[in-house]
Design a protein around this ligand. Sequence first.
Ligand SMILES: O=c1ccn([C@@H]2O[C@H](COP(=O)(O)O)[C@@H](O)[C@H]2O)c(=O)[nH]1
Length: 290
Amino acid sequence: MPEQGAGRTEAVVSGREPFGVRLAAAMAAQGPLCVGIDPHPALLIGWGLQDNAAGLRRFSLAALEAVGPLAAAVKPQVALYERHGSAGIAVLEELLAEAAAAGVLSIADAKRGDIGSTMSAYADAWLRDGSPLAADAVTLSPYLGFESLRPALDLATNQGRGVFVLALTSNPEGSSVQHVGGRDSVARRIVTAAAAENARTAGPGSVGLVMGATVGSAVTELGIELGTLNGPILAPGLGAQGATAADMRRTFGAAYDQVLGTSSRGILMAGPDPAALRNATQRALDTLRA
Ligand SMILES: O=c1ccn([C@@H]2O[C@H](COP(=O)(O)O)[C@@H](O)[C@H]2O)c(=O)[nH]1
């Protein structure tokens, strides 16, 4: 029996503007910064909170309240909610709802990827109206094949939501898979596939890429062409992983305007004082704009 769900085309069309358009507007208004909400145990303790669901909730809502008005988007790291079990997932649901109510774009960093039929369920969870976990966008892993992501690509389009597909990740181990093939690398093929998706839309596309701020010269060495992407690039690695805005400018060159730099621990470690969190966010924004 053929795989069910892999080729599903969504019929639902939401009334909201495409994610790519909404993100471009937020980046123009706020600047090119996404703040990661990563409630690591050490950060909870550092904020004077307990490493439990109640601490997680206070941390998450306080972080959103402080940084939300300054950032183009927030990016909760799903793993750090999952480690608290169902109570942690309930906090993530509340955080996503609060972000939506405050008009702050949310990117769920879940890195989902599976065969098409299971991918449909992931898409329903993260991208469908009415799901308690629906975010404006979700991160996806394409290592079961880019086309295995089809249910999420189609649902995102039809719901005015977006996806960010891992292409060149910020960790040093990523190159052992993503650089394979040299000038015809795995990463380059993912970029080409994302560009083909975005070519279907006239405005800014909603299929983004994850490309670490730490990847240095990999983009040029692998012959990756970003000029035709027509979509956003989520660039983690600022701050705690050591990358700077200057590194990002060198790495992304002419595509820098499409890049949404993201920092989690580098900003969150300034908390819990809201003014200190706002200052850390503003400093990160200033370097990205400089
Ligand atoms: O290539 C990637 C993809 C995702 N991430 C995630 O971003 C944040 C980074 O946190 P920092 O504290 O700013 O280092 C984290 O949630 C990662 O899982 C990434 O770092 N690199």
